[in-house]
Structures are given as C-alpha cells and as structure tokens.
Design a protein around this ligand. Sequence first.
Ligand code: ZN
Length: 240
Amino acid sequence: MRIALFGDIHANLEALNAVLEDSNAQGCTQWVCLGDIVGYNANPGECLELIRSKEYPVVKGNHDEDACGNHSLDTMNPTAATALRWTREQLSGEQRSWLGSLRMVRQISNFTVVHSTLDDPRAWGYVTNRFDATSNFYHQVTDVCFHGHTHVPRVFVQGDRVREEAAELVEVEAGLKYFINIGSVGQPRDGDPRSCYVIYDTERNLISFRRIEYDRETTQQKILDAGLPPNLAERLSDGR
Ligand code: ZN
C-alpha cells in the first residue's frame, strides 16, 4: 500500500489541493494528516472541511489547539497570534470543536503519527537535532513514527545510537527505528518553497519525500486580501 502523510497545511488550500492531486497520481490509497490544518494562511475553513470530508485520520497540531480555544495568545509570536485571532473568527463553533476533538497521537497499522514528538506531545517540543530525537525514541514503540511541527523534513534513525540522515529516499531496515519529519504542505521552512509531503510504500519498505509546485501567487494574494500580515505572503516565496 502507498500511504500519503501530510501536515502543517496551515490554511493553504492551493498547496493542499496540489498535494492531494499528486498523491492520487502517485497511486496512494490512504492519507494521514499530521495536524496544523489552520493558522497563518487564508483558507482555514476550506482546508478543514476538505480534510474532514475525506475522513482521513488526523492528529492535532498546536495551531489547531490554539484556534479551537479562547485562551490568550499574548505569549506567542505576534504574527502567528494575529493570524490565529483572525482564524478563530473565520471558523464556526462547530469547526472549532472538531479541531478540539482531534487526538494527539495515533497508531495506524504498524506506524505512529504525532504532530510534534512522542515525549510529552502536549508540550509541543521542537525536534531539531538527534538529542531531541533520542527523547522521542524512548516513547516510540513502532518501528516508524512520522511527525511535523518544525516544517523542515528530517530523518532520524536509531540503531546502536541515534543519527540523522539526509531527508531523501529512506529504505526501512529491520531492527532500526525511524522518526521522520514529513515537512510542511502550506509553509515550508527549509529554503525550498515547494510543498512537501511523504509517501510510505509499505510493501517495498520505502519512504520518499515529494516536493510539489502549487499556485503560490493565488495563496499570497488571498493572504493580502484577508488583511493578514504581509510577511506571511512573502515568506511563502522564500520557503522560510
Ligand atoms: Zn505548523
């Protein structure tokens, strides 16, 4: 089976549609969403309804949590907070409670998905090096776990010790554990502005990263038209 894993969509409908189209063309028959459906960009309700209508398994991201609550966002980065206040206004009460009902961690067949990391998922820790990844592996019971949150594709492998490998084609080997950041659909931050997602081919034991062009100009214009901070549009061109 070919399974598409995608996340950090952040209300970017053009990018989401491009990724779903590509994964269909690539022969995927199952989809799993790693959270942060909303926040930053201008189509939170549309992205939420699209993902919900497909009944994909979803785990909750920190922006999903912040969008569904009424708590203060004052300690957050001001641009993200502005976008989240706007997002709260766009969503219905029912959409917000759906976001609030999402689970933190899910096991799907033989792998696990989480938005941030398995060690205390509600703390929303960022995994940026092999030491952070080591903390995750203490809690990882499946051979493969996928996550997102940093918007940077990464591959951590635990054998005798934990190492980081290039985020390229991964051949899953027996006896090793893998903790894989699938990158971001709607706001990539690794310097490549194309959407990123992953395909897990469970028969061939291969995990591949896909980079997809989308209609970025439309997304950027929608951000400006909505009155969201203009740097949210600019950063999409830089992939930062
Ligand atoms: Zn995110």
